[in-house]
Design a protein around this ligand. Structure first.
Ligand code: AQP
Length: 351
């Protein structure tokens, strides 16, 4: 079975973008794949959260995974810092990745802002750690939102450079696997992991500005629907969502250059498990005053059971901690298996 890895940072309230772009799709992959889902607390450290907040968020994100339907017995759910091999492999990858590659990362540019000199070095090398998260399990598929595409490309570049730089060692130790690269079949140690980016919700936008992605760090709470919002709050945020004055178009082509309309239609499609075409077939020509209440009802119907379940699970701290501990132990075994090979390949002496 192909192996899936993905993660979410415990840096605040999870929102509809995290749910539709990532977590909901993780749930769908459970039957067909072996999955490792991670609360990436080491990534969260790049913005130095308050320690108490980090602990609360780590448990909350775990509760969201479980409430959304991820089965921690069949699959692995854990917090990243428990498995030290992520940090170990990230160091190796810091020595593989080139400054020029990291300099091109748009997420670093966005998050560091103008004051680059003051950004943490951790924020700069974030993509090396992300590559390590995936490759320490030699995962082949990574379901993420569109915003992570560039980081996934860097992960493939790191894997490819490692495979090339150490090709002789990989061959002499006999630890390579055959993989397809374009039309060729090549041998390498790390797979070139594929991003799974698809469906109507790859990039959910802010409810206040259809050109900005919905994000945890947006100062306006009205810009996002949080997974912990109650029904009234969800309905209010959708009612207040920015729109243009036109009715919905009669075909999807009419959504071009109408980012707010496109976003709300995409959210409806993702929540109802359909596509933009179906939503436009049902609502084309209707005013937002008709569409928004239908969207609010749908969002409440889909999210409320998850929110309730999240609250129930969060209240049982001992259970959440036990899930993370068990997942961490199982992940640690897999990660150590990879790292023993990596240490041999690069020439580190070990027992
Ligand atoms: N708006 C979005 N639409 C679709 N997918 C999204 N994701 C995030 N925002 C959207 C996906 O959610 C997963 C986890 O993201 P993360 O929390 O690890 O990182 P992030 O992208 O930094 O999340 P935020 O909410 O946008 O946080 P800030 O405000 O800190 O930047 C990823 O798969 C991501 O693609």
């Amino acid at each position: 079975k192909p192996l899936v890895f993905s993660g979410v940072q415990p840096t605040g309230n999870l929102h509809l973008g995290n749910y539709l772009g990532a977590i909901k799709r993780w749930v769908d992959l459970q039957d067909s794949h072996d999955c490792i889902y991670c609360v990436v607390d080491m990534h969260a450290l790049t913005v130095m959260p308050d320690p108490a907040d980090l602990m609360v968020s780590t448990r909350e994100v775990t509760a969201a995974f479980l409430a959304a339907g991820i089965d921690p017995k069949k699959h692995i759910v854990f917090n990243q810092s428990r498995v030290r091999q992520h940090a170990e492999l990230a160091w190796v990858f810091n020595c593989i990745a080139r400054m020029g590659w990291l300099n091109r990362m748009t997420q670093f540019k966005d998050k560091a802002g103008k004051d680059r000199e003051n950004a943490s070095a951790g924020l700069f090398v974030y993509p090396s750690l992300m590559a390590a998260d995936i490759l320490v399990y030699r995962a082949t598929h990574v379901p993420v939102g569109e915003d992570q595409k560039q980081h996934l490309e860097l992960t493939r570049d790191v894997a490819q450079k490692f495979n090339n730089d150490y090709s002789d060692r990989i061959a002499s130790l006999g630890v390579g696997v055959e993989m397809a690269v374009g039309d060729e079949t090549v041998s390498g140690f790390f797979p070139l992991a594929e991003p799974l980016i698809g469906g109507p919700a790859t990039r959910i936008m802010s409810l206040r500005d259809g050109t900005k992605k919905m994000s945890k760090s947006d100062p306006s709470d009205l810009s996002r629907i949080n997974l912990v919002d109650d029904a009234d709050t969800i309905a209010k945020k959708i009612r207040k969502a920015k729109t243009d004055p036109e009715a919905l178009p009669s075909d999807v082509a009419g959504l071009a250059n109408r980012p707010e309309a496109d976003n709300l239609v995409g959210i409806f499609a993702a929540l109802s498990g359909t596509d933009r075409e179906t939503v436009i077939r049902d609502f084309g020509g209707r005013q937002f005053s008709d569409f928004k209440p239908a969207l609010a009802d749908l969002a409440v119907a889909r999210l409320s059971p998850i929110t309730d379940e999240m609250r129930r699970i969060s209240a049982d701290e001992a259970y959440v901690d036990a899930v993370l501990k068990d997942g961490g132990e199982r992940a640690g075994v897999l990660a150590e298996e990879t790292m023993r090979h990596v240490r041999d390949i690069i020439g580190f002496l070990q027992d």
